[in-house]
Design a protein around this ligand. Sequence first.
Ligand code: LLP
Length: 422
Amino acid sequence: MSPEHSFPLRNGVLHAEDIPLPELADRYGTPLYVYSRAALQTAWQRYERAVAGRSALICFGVKANSNLAVLHEFQRMGAGFDIVSGGELARVLAAGARADRVVFSGVGKQSWEIREAITAGIKCFNVESAAELDRLADIAHEMGVVAPISLRVNPDVDARTHPYISTGLKENKFGVDIHQAPSLYRQALQHASLKIVGVDCHIGSQITDIAPYLDALEKLLTLIDRLIDDGIRLEHLDLGGGLGIRYADETPPEPADLLDPVFLRLAAHGLGHLQVVLEPGRSLVGNAGVLLTRVEYLKRTEARNFAIVDAAMNDLMRPALYEAWHGVVPVEARASTPTETWDVVGPICESGDWLARNRALPLEQGDLLAILSAGAYGFSMSSQYNTRPRAAEVLVDGQDSYLVRPRESTRALFASERIPKR
Ligand code: LLP
């Protein structure tokens, strides 16, 4: 999915569905995250079509965008959720999710988080270490219940993506070494308070090629054969998330490009009965959102031209953290302004505070810019650094807009802080 469909240019003005973006900027202020409901639906339908008639569950990776309105939209369409914290569990339940469609990933699950997930009745814990397995078994035993588990195995494949978002290599902290998995599964069998239901892996993010997935699948099939020999029957196979989106000129696979060969391979291996679980985050929301920002100042120096905007690395951390490239487009084209090369930077006191570099743009002070492909890992990774209130979030549906998170007030940022009496 590319952003053009839901953020069309009409009469020289960029829109979110049917609403001109300047209207949203006037009404809600900037910086502003704007999401398109139609884009969320389109992205979801791609997965839905790819699994039609199969036993499958698509669990939205909540960390990509955890606004309740977005979660609710996916919940309505039939999604499950992949969570990584007690906080995300609380969010998905507040958004109306069915707990039996929630899987819980993450290397550092705390006891309280495990207890709350057991109480809620989630579908599966994706266990990432022997120590976690023991903790989970103890807590479930104490609570007098049987907890459903998968092991998240690390298949040691290279997802060929940015090192910070590659997770399936041996040297990553994630998952259990695939060679150690059979013995850990046997250990799990010994615990009456655990029920083995699946196997799980997640090899990375922004993956633009299905080959690493299929490599991982082959390794999982070998593992599953071993488990069957050990008398372990699984109900599902979770291949994680990771499908990429188009930021610049990438041509990422469609969900069906991944899922068709997976279903074929499973059937050929006599495992057609296994439910396939996926945990896509970015590919469901990334191109459904833009970050709207206004140019505060233009500053020309000897070395570079800076467009200083009112959004910053605290609002969209991806460029600072991963040197990520996001498209930047003027919201209103103005033929009279000459195009120059600009670094689009925020007001934060760090040289790393940039959003885009070396962009040919016709800019004037006060102009609005849309930073594209900002629906995933945008707001959800934002912070209040420099005591900057986090941006507002708006969901657009045709001609309607809904403020789904108001801008934070400055006072609220420190309202809970205390000065000691002496
Ligand atoms: N499942 C697990 C266990 C994960 O760790 C992740 C993402 C996902 C699913 C969803 O992956 P996706 O479909 O979104 O690629 N902040 C980085 C991305 C970090 C991804 C972390 N894990 C970024 O902005 O690029």
